[in-house]
Design a protein around this ligand. Structure first.
Ligand code: F6R
Length: 268
């Protein structure tokens, strides 16, 4: 796991956007795995700016989102489809026909959405780069604590805490979903590269458990310790619970100098 601690959330977004941009420049037809949530807002703003400036293009790219609420139609402003359109898809040159979320249409059996989504990901050749955020409870996607580490896309019940964390986004009279369809942990682990962004002091404990705790279903993000190519971008606040901090900074310095000399770091 490559852990990079940056000055603030702005720098986290800029560094994350640069990584995505690098991939799109090298592989214009890349398959991106995308996340929603507040952490990613600044990342998407940067990507929109780059695309508008002509520095990157999504024309040949494909996007698969991690999750979507159940019982919320794509045209509902609370849906993750609406979030993605608002924050990214409607402002870049991506082909809307190549943007996928694990959506459950009216009358569709939600149990069948997961296997179908897995087939679509496989048909696209798998995910090149999966962007992730982390929940306060260590979830990735909506794989809540105790999710099978071997799970694939399926319906999940959100924890009371996740419902509470997201309640700020719903008005009192609005329906707030308690179920979602989410990529599974094994689906996420299949991505060739993973980019995790975490900012803010409320993520410090989850980040420490992810990077330095035991691999356990009680902290789903801890499975990332088993992935070959993970980059974690943190601001100071999110990094504040890490014990091994000095080593991460030291490694980052070495990686930067390797990159300057050979154009590639040794990463993880
Ligand atoms: C969103 C998702 C979630 C979020 C996580 C952090 O698609 O899958 O795992 O990444 O809940 O959310 P924020 O960034 O709002 O703190």
């Amino acid at each position: 796991m490559e852990i990079i601690i940056l000055k603030d959330a702005e720098k986290v977004a800029a560094t994350g956007a640069e990584l995505v941009a690098e991939l799109l420049r090298v592989s214009p037809a890349a398959v991106l795995g995308l996340a929603t949530g507040s952490t990613q807002l600044a990342l998407y703003r940067k990507l929109v700016e780059s695309c508008r400036a002509g520095a990157i293009s999504f024309k040949r790219a494909t996007a698969f989102n991690l999750d979507e609420y159940l019982g919320v139609t794509p045209d509902n402003p609370q849906s993750y489809r609406a979030y993605m359109r608002r924050e990214l898809f409607d402002h870049v040159d991506i082909d809307p026909g190549r943007t996928f979320l694990p959506e459950c249409g009216a009358g569709q059996n939600p149990v069948l959405v997961g296997p179908d989504y897995e087939k679509k990901i496989a048909a696209a050749g798998g995910i090149d780069l999966q962007v992730l955020g982390i929940g306060v409870n260590g979830h990735i996607g909506f794989n809540e604590p105790s999710s099978s580490l071997n799970s694939r896309t399926r319906v999940k019940t959100l924890t009371r805490q996740t419902v509470e964390d997201n309640s700020r986004l719903f008005s009192a009279e609005e329906f707030q979903p308690r179920l979602a369809v989410t990529m599974g942990i094994a689906t996420i682990m299949d991505a060739r590269r993973i980019l995790m962004l975490a900012t803010g002091a409320n993520k410090a404990d989850a980040v420490a458990r992810m990077a330095e705790g035991p691999v356990t279903a009680m902290c789903p993000a801890s499975i990332l310790q088993m992935h070959e190519r993970v980059t974690v971008l943190l601001d100071e606040a999110a990094a504040s619970g890490l014990e091994n901090r000095d080593y991460y900074d030291w490694t980052h310095q070495q990686n930067e100098s390797l990159k300057a000399r050979f154009g590639r770091s040794h990463d993880v």
